[in-house]
Ligand binder design. Structure first.
Ligand code: PSU
Ligand code: MN
Length: 306
């Protein structure tokens, strides 16, 4: 891979060179996933949690056409303030943004691409994209799933939101050969709630066992990523009936406004936050912290096992 489009922040480059643990983080969650200033506060707190765990954070984004692995505090502030004015960048958007010297907020897919380019095998976020409800007619399947099929990065998330068709998302991942692991759970968590009613492939009891599965997959030469689903802590989880009603309403509003394509997911996320009057935002922030803590632990184990 050609790394001439990539800028790795000094402390990140140093950690990678010394074989010390590093953790990738995405920027769509900052610009499109949460409102200002909660987005900046969360992104900075996330970096702090990672550091406290002895891991170097590398928030990933595109700035002025450069692929960035590791942002400064000012850059994080800039992404949060500009919010949705920064285009959401998935795999197909990278060539345009890079060749025109533009900014881009990286999704799970493009964060994985840049993390892999920088040699960072672990990435923590809130939720991944998936097969949308109604995909049989809209064909709306997130590019995140194709990236998980091909790119060597493990993604720690809180499962999938029920804005998606969860069983179809799991079928798609199975077809693509992506292991879906549950951290201390048999069930895929549904982002705001601990359960979705659908099973993960394997329940894993420890960060060590997850790190060792990652090594086994990649040492065998199997391509692609791994999904590690970490349930939201009980005290921050939402009432399933309340959140599901909000999601149904957001989906109806989206259909009546005719919103499609790359605008779908950001619209649904912000509509859900509005309709739940901020209580979903609080859960969202807490589940990200929880994912980052687990991911830091996995990162420590991964880098310390031969
Ligand atoms: N799901 C969430 N929160 C998010 C996203 C998805 O619960 O912030 C973001 C992620 O960046 C993800 C992207 O990669 O949306 C998926 O967008 P799309 O469905 O358009 O591929
Ligand atoms: Mn889509």
């Amino acid at each position: 891979m050609n790394q001439s489009y990539l800028d790795v922040k000094e402390e990140v480059a140093q950690a990678i060179a010394e074989g010390k643990p590093v953790l990738a983080l995405e920027s769509t969650i900052i610009s499109h996933g949460m409102p200002y200033p909660a987005n900046v506060e969360t992104a900075l707190k996330v970096e702090e949690i990672v550091r406290q765990a002895g891991v170097i954070p590398a928030t990933i984004a595109i700035i002025g056409g450069r692929l960035k692995a590791g942002l400064s505090v000012d850059e994080i502030e800039y992404f949060g303030l500009k919010g949705t004015a920064i285009p959401k960048a998935s795999r197909r958007d990278l060539p345009y943004l890079v060749s025109t010297g533009s900014d881009g907020a990286t999704t799970v897919a493009s964060t994985m691409i840049i993390a892999a380019l920088a040699n960072i095998p672990i990435f923590a976020t809130g939720g991944i994209g998936g097969v949308h409800r109604g995909a049989e007619t809209s064909f709306d399947i997130s590019a995140d799933l194709q990236e998980l099929a091909h790119t060597k990065v493990a993604v720690i998330c809180a499962g999938a939101k029920s804005i998606l068709d969860i069983p179809l998302t799991l079928e798609y991942l199975e077809t693509q050969g992506v292991p879906v692991l549950g951290y201390r759970t048999e069930e895929l968590p549904a982002f705001y709630t601990q359960r979705s009613g659908y099973k993960v492939d394997y329940a894993m009891e420890s960060a060590e066992s997850i790190a060792s599965l990652m090594k086994a997959k990649w040492n065998m030469g199997l391509q692609g990523g791994i999904v590690i689903a970490n349930p939201i802590p009980k005290e921050y989880s939402m009432n399933p009936e309340v959140i599901n009603n909000v999601i149904e309403k957001a989906l109806k509003d989206m259909a009546s406004l005719g919103i499609k394509g790359k605008k779908s997911t950001p619209y649904l996320l912000s509509r859900i936050a509005e309709l739940s009057e901020g209580s979903s935002l609080h859960s969202n922030v807490e589940l990200v912290f929880n994912n980052v803590r687990l991911a830091s632990e996995i990162s420590q184990c991964y880098y310390s096992t031969p």
